[in-house]
Design a protein around this ligand. Structure first.
Ligand code: DON
Length: 569
């Protein structure tokens, strides 16, 4: 080799090495995809990949969703889970729709004032951190119910094996994940009796392998025994031992009695579209339907995307809907939720009667509407459509990032802190600033009110769009905006999903703006002149969506705010 070639060779080698050492590890994320047959959009590329593999093996959208849920329980510990719960909206290719409620339930020893001190004041963080924060987990029962009802593959092992392998062999964490794990290191130490896999001696960095052998064993028990591998036997014993170690209250009976519930979807119309979403115990479907109905009579398209007129109108609708939510919504199995009244056209028209296009209303004066009762910050969303046209929109959560940060010793999974979604004390805001009332007070066995809004929109009896997101109280308004971005503001799906968002939740009386919102100074000025208070804040969720394009192909879009990833077939 001549000296020059040798030098070139050395130069190339060192460049490659230095690039390798300088460039932090990344996955190749696909933020959008277009495909003929099928689409999977999730919060992690490994989970999207697994969903796609199941579809290629002949599984349907529900099979893929189950595999994705278990994969996320491993590769997205911040929100993916077996120790949490969620909601699934499904529309099968024959047009039949259904929803599955696998929301956590208050343990039987829970009581209305369990988070209050002797003066009846809320004890800070008792419903958020550690052993008293979790509700009885629902995810494993949910996946079992979904499998039994809709699986095409009928082989549960095939669906859960990829997750077991990822837990056993480990996977490389992303930069965002490394940061999240480092931020929560102290909490993981504080709220656990044994050090979990999420704590390392040194700082996490992108590319480090997260290996979760205890979780692999738990998943293996679920593979071998179904839901009983979680709610009974060794796993249940470990959960109860963990509870005893930290004064928690989930019992063996609570675990054994947990059941996921199929519920009639909440269906409403917006113009030519049908919106299929989650009924209580989520407020999501109801609130989304109210919002869409309230803005339907107004010329949003003419107002334009994020103009002062459209933001004002949408924020005023949101103010009223969140006031209703605080007053009337709770677990319909425990309290009468006046769904029909709240969706009544005349009622919604009256609610907007005092809307003034030039002035913001005052939340102190806007309480909940008067209905006549008729009888009767971490979550993750994913969407799957398969080649037959079956569609699944699923949101699942531990509630806050890494839930209660309590990991079941020996079982390797994180318990949720969903009890904070109850109203610990009427009128006192929870971690999302949401206020609740009697309807959402704690009762044994009751499900805490949720904002999760997994949604499927159809047009002319065909699936048009699947959408959902995490984001606590902002979930509902993010789904609302994503749908309108497409239908009214002619945004492409990737734009609709990733553009800046805003949010009003009645109290506090503010329009929150996320970091990606780009309002012109004149729009801001106009809103302030109308009487709105604007405030910047982060954590507006990460929307995942799939849409049927005009040419009949599927388009998937994953929010730029996270490690989210869309893959098609
Ligand atoms: O069910 C709910 O509404 C909440 N537990 C969701 C929490 C959430 O989205 C956090 N994510 N950022």
């Amino acid at each position: 080799m001549s000296i020059n070639i040798k030098l070139l060779y050395i130069f190339l080698i060192t460049t490659v090495i230095s690039c390798k050492t300088k460039t932090p590890f990344t996955y190749q994320l696909q933020k959008s995809a277009i495909a003929d047959q099928a689409m999977v959009v999730t919060a992690h590329p490994l989970a999207s990949e697994i969903g796609l593999k199941i579809l290629k093996k002949g599984g349907n959208a529900v099979d893929a969703a189950i595999a994705v849920q278990y994969a996320l329980a491993v590769v997205l510990p911040v929100a993916g889970n077996i120790g949490g719960g969620g909601f699934m909206v499904v529309r099968m290719s024959d047009g039949i729709t259904n929803t599955l409620d696998f929301r956590e339930k208050a343990p039987s020893a829970a009581s209305r004032d369990m988070y209050l001190d002797a003066n009846k004041d809320v004890i800070p963080r008792l419903s958020i951190d550690g052993h008293l924060a979790p509700g009885v987990p629902g995810s494993v029962a949910g996946m079992q119910a979904a499998f039994e009802r809709y699986s095409k593959l009928k082989d549960f092992q095939v669906l859960i094996d990829p997750a077991i392998a990822l837990a056993r062999d480990g996977f490389a964490v992303t930069e965002k994940q490394a940061n999240g794990l480092n931020r929560n290191r102290e909490a993981f130490i504080k709220f656990n009796t044994t050090t979990p896999a999420f704590v390392k001696d040194t700082e996490w960095k992108a590319g480090d392998l997260l290996v979760q052998p205890a979780l692999a064993n738990t998943l293996t028990r679920i593979r071998d025994h179904g839901a009983a591998g979680f709610y009974e036997g060794a796993t249940a014993d470990m959960i109860v031992a963990e509870m005893k170690a930290g004064n928690g209250i989930i019992s063996l009976e609570d675990l054994k009695n947990y059941e996921a519930v199929w519920r009639e979807p909440l269906v409403s119309d917006y113009k030519d579209y049908k919106v299929i979403s989650m009924p209580p115990p989520s407020s999501g479907g109801l609130a989304l339907s109210q919002l869409l109905k309230m803005v339907e009579p107004y010329p949003l398209r003419k107002y334009g995307f994020q103009s002062a007129e459209s933001i004002h109108l949408m924020a005023e609708a949101e103010r009223r809907v969140y006031a209703d939510r605080a007053t009337y919504l709770g677990d319909g199995d425990f309290v009468p939720v006046p769904i029909r009244s709240l969706l009544d056209k005349a009622y919604l028209k009256t609610r907007m009667a005092d809307f003034d296009p030039n002035r913001a209303n005052d939340s102190e004066l806007i309480g909940a509407g008067l209905v006549t009762p008729v009888e009767s910050e971490e979550t993750t969303h994913f969407c799957v459509v398969d080649a037959a046209g079956n569609a699944v929109s699923l949101t699942t959560t531990l509630n806050g990032p890494y839930g209660s940060r309590t990991v079941v010793s020996g079982a390797g999974f994180i318990l949720n802190n969903e009890m904070d979604d109850f109203s610990a004390k009427p009128g006192t805001p929870n971690m999302y600033g949401l206020i609740g009332n009697e309807a959402n007070a704690i009762e044994p066995g009751k499900r805490m009110l949720s904002s999760m809004t997994p949604t499927i929109v159809t047009k002319d009896n065909e699936v048009f769009m699947l959408v959902g997101t995490p984001g606590g109280s902002t979930i509902i308004t993010s789904v609302f905006q994503t749908i309108l971005n497409v239908i009214e503001f002619d945004k492409s799906l990737p734009e609709a999903v990733s553009l800046g968002r805003f949010h009003h939740q009645w109290k506090p009386d503010l329009i929150y703006l996320d970091e990606l919102v780009q309002l012109s100074p004149s729009v801001k000025k106009n809103l302030i002149e109308k009487g709105h208070n604007l405030k910047q804040r982060s954590n507006f969720g990460r929307v995942e969506a799939i849409m049927k394009r005009a040419d009949g192909r599927w388009e998937g879009a994953a929010d730029v705010r996270g490690d989210d990833d869309a893959r098609g077939l």
